[in-house]
Design a protein around this ligand. Sequence first.
Ligand SMILES: Nc1nc2c(ncn2[C@@H]2O[C@H](COP(=O)(O)OP(=O)(O)OP(=O)(O)O)[C@@H](O)[C@H]2O)c(=O)[nH]1
Ligand SMILES: [Mg+2]
Length: 443
Amino acid sequence: MYDMHDTIVAFATSNGGAVALLRLSGTLAYKILKELTKKNNFTPRRATLATIYDGDAVLDKVLSLYFKAPNSYTGEDLIEISMHAGPYIKSRILELCLMLGARMAKEGEFSQRAFLNGKMDLVEAQGVLDIISAKNKAAHKAAVNSLEGRLSGRFKEIRQELTDILSQVEVRIDDSDDEMQPLPQEEVKAKLFKVEKEAKDLADTFSSGRLVKEGIKVAICGLTNAGKSSLLNRLLGYNRAIVSSNAGTTRDTVEAPLSLLGFDLVLIDTAGIRLTVTDDAEIEGITRSRQAIKQADITIFVRDLTLKNNTEENKFFEEVRLNSKNLITVYNKADAVSSNKSTEGLSISAKTGQGLKELEQEIIKILDLSNISGQDMIITSATHHRALLHAACELKDAARKLTDLELCAEHLRAALKYLKELIGEVTTEDILDNIFSKFCVGK
Ligand SMILES: Nc1nc2c(ncn2[C@@H]2O[C@H](COP(=O)(O)OP(=O)(O)OP(=O)(O)O)[C@@H](O)[C@H]2O)c(=O)[nH]1
Ligand SMILES: [Mg+2]
């Protein structure tokens, strides 16, 4: 399994920069520090200037920190050495640590040890991973909730409620003398319903959790020449896509990130639709446009004001309306038509920038409605999502089987197992490897 007895070493910083941070964890860590520095005494948790020697020669002046077990990130003796980030210094100090008995750490092994030593649970470990990869404010907030244990606190509450119900059921299974009162079925049913709802509500936050973590996909679609690429460029503030007066300019979908009020969007420009297409590449482009529309969280349909009540446009609009989750219609080229032209939607001009602020507000409105930043607790991990749904399903079955205590208990145990796996109270090697292998070495 995991060799917890080895002393592990790795750089916590990547290449470049002025300072590099080396971490050592395990029983030999403190001894290695003393040998490297030829110094015998370090006060725990105090930054200490020291000289690192290579034999008798000075290798570097460093800042060292000694965390004495169990008061460290890993729960073991942990040493951090901040050195000058020269390639020779770094590789030589690492080499010396290996010669003195440490071995290279695997990805996430420091955090894995923290988990195995009870310093954090699996949900918190996932939070460490998420906080590093958080690209925006909402993702960061979700990660902090995980890391600070609030999310696992919620999981543990649900687990506790379940354990209580299970013990009420189990005690009656074991009661051969019939000394107990029968199970208060209505009361237990209500409790099960409540716990099931809690699990499901938390699972439901995954859809916004995914948006927060992966970015919100916004597809821009419409007929050829409607001004989709011009709109993309306008929203981005630079010329990402090729614009031309030839119909059918954009073929492949063109993606670009955009941050809007702390939300991460991925704007997707698509090939324009038209009925008569013979070119293979354009046909493939249109297939991709349709895929992009289906996968998008928000679709912007760009109508061309210079086309008057175009049947092809109306037909495609109907198709898009049926296939998109959130639809915004804009009427483009407002600058090219007389101002008294009436429309039901938002008039914009990709050319002059007219109406663009309003379009951004429309997007924000949709995001606010999905309440992404307002939710106090969201789950962003597919594993958590799956486990919560499984648990909710078992709870539903348990509630249906209240008259058969054995069966009911079986479903409750299954639900409990999912929750315990979530928190890391029951673990398999697979689950651990899956989580910690996503960390970098040194974390
Ligand atoms: N007057 C005016 N012209 C525009 C506006 N937006 C785009 N155009 C023009 O319309 C033509 C097509 O623009 P594109 O942005 O390439 O249109 P598209 O929808 O991406 O076209 P395809 O990629 O071929 O599907 C270009 O000549 C643009 O200059 C606008 O708001 N006003
Ligand atoms: Mg285009």
